[in-house]
Design a protein around this ligand. Structure first.
Ligand code: DHK
Length: 147
């Protein structure tokens, strides 16, 4: 059986392609999800891709991943820097969580350098653009067991 993985994107990431292309590039979220779904198939992962601008909805999905024992690839977007509640949800995960940022948050405004999520993540990817999501899936594939 394939290992379950949730690929979760937070606020404003549904606008990739339109949103500040100088920072976030011109690739849309749909294109990222298509590439991730193809790679997940090759890696034997059972991938579900979701995006929301609503924090409670995101927290519910993280609870779902915790209950399933699923791996998580999460771009928390703005909640990275603000949300204790999302961090507390992520702390309940039992399978690895990879935090992904398209941009190099450490080379931007100082407030972006702090993440509430990183202390409860197994790995953090920043500045690789869409390739970061693919790297996260490859990492998880090496660490999730199938039954
Ligand atoms: C995305 C966002 O929306 C920002 O709030 C973060 C992150 C950076 C990214 O690089 O993917 O600061």
């Amino acid at each position: 059986m394939s290992a379950p993985v949730l690929l979760l994107n937070g606020p404003n990431l549904g606008r990739l392609g339109l949103r500040e292309p100088d920072v976030y590039g011109s690739t849309t979220l749909a294109e990222i999800e298509t590439a991730c779904t193809a790679l997940a198939g090759e890696l034997g992962l059972d991938l579900a891709c979701r995006q929301t601008d609503h924090e409670g909805e995101m927290i519910g999905w993280v609870h779902e991943a915790a209950d399933l024992g699923a791996g998580v690839v999460l771009n928390p977007a703005g909640w990275t820097h603000t949300s204790v509640a999302l961090r507390d949800a992520c702390a309940q995960l039992t399978a690895p969580l990879v935090e992904v940022h398209l941009s190099n948050v450490h080379a931007r405004e100082p407030f972006r350098a702090h993440s509430y999520i990183s202390p409860v993540a197994a790995a953090v990817v920043a500045g690789m653009g869409p390739e970061g999501y693919l790297a996260a899936l490859r990492y998880l594939a090496g660490r999730l067991t199938t039954s």
